[in-house]
Design a protein around this ligand. Structure first.
Ligand code: FE2
Length: 258
């Protein structure tokens, strides 16, 4: 099975790049499953129902998210109805939505799990124990964990904790692709952060002005997604066989002029 996991899609420019890239990549790379982190797909903050449909039409199979998933006003009322989308599984009991999504492909089950770190992140339940709790329900599938977290140490610790149970642990949230993709001793594919899909010239996808002023003054500013300049498409590709053993993997960092 050949899988692509795409890093956080930033607003309209990120969605446009995704839509332009996916058909070609699906064909050229003979992809079976495409997963995308969509927590920043609506102007950089959250997702809407029309954007969910747009991404499905563009060829996205399963979607993960993170701490921004409820940023669109009223989204708690529809997140649970978005069939192929998961939000962090370690949100407290009763939070709308689901923590993992499964699909069948070529007679095999594939599951995308979303978990959120707790270091420099909003309050949530323990992602390590949450994974233990949900694992019996999904252990008959290949498991891809999108671990949405700030701290490298927490991501690395989780990767090793889930080694041999998860097929792959791929980090998101920092929007900067790391260079540590490798197979852990138990066979799990690990990458601290896959990066993002959006502006290459802004500050993690945002126009430089507001974040810079905020760092200089401490005063909150309204962030705008950067629409101009070079764009980057960040993703992680991997292939696994019928025994769920990873056969091949590589990072993608495609930089384009707009
Ligand atoms: Fe995030």
């Amino acid at each position: 099975m050949r899988v692509l996991h795409v890093g956080d899609v930033m607003g309209r420019p990120g969605r446009r790049l995704l839509k332009n890239s996916l058909p070609r990549l699906r064909e050229e790379m003979a992809l079976d499953i495409i997963c995308v982190n969509v927590e920043n797909s609506a102007h950089g903050f959250g997702i809407t129902e029309p954007i969910y449909k747009e991404l499905k039409t563009a060829g996205v199979d399963l979607m993960s998210s993170g701490n921004h998933i409820f940023d669109v006003k009223g989204s708690e009322n529809f997140i649970g109805s978005l069939e192929n989308l998961c939000r962090p599984a370690n949100y407290p009991e009763g939070t709308p939505g689901k923590g993992w999504v499964s699909m069948e492909k070529n007679g095999e089950r594939f599951t995308l799990v979303n978990l959120m770190g707790r270091v420099f992140m909003p309050l949530s339940d323990c992602p390590f124990r949450k994974f233990d709790e949900l694992y019996p329900e999904i252990e008959d599938s290949f498991i891809l964990v999108d671990f949405h977290a700030e701290a490298t140490s927490e991501k690395c610790a989780f990767g090793n904790y889930a080694d041999s149970r998860a097929g792959a642990v791929i980090g998101t949230h920092t929007h900067v692709q790391t260079n540590d993709d490798r197979l852990l001793p138990g066979g799990t594919l690990y990458l601290t952060d896959v990066g993002m899909t959006g502006s290459y010239e802004g500050i993690i996808g945002m126009n430089k002005k507001a974040p810079t002023e905020r760092f200089l003054s401490g005063v909150p500013r309204k962030y705008e997604v950067e629409k101009h300049g070079k764009m980057v498409f960040n993703a992680m590709f991997f292939e696994y066989d019928e025994t769920r053993t990873i056969k091949e993997f590589s990072k993608l960092a495609i930089i384009t002029e707009v």
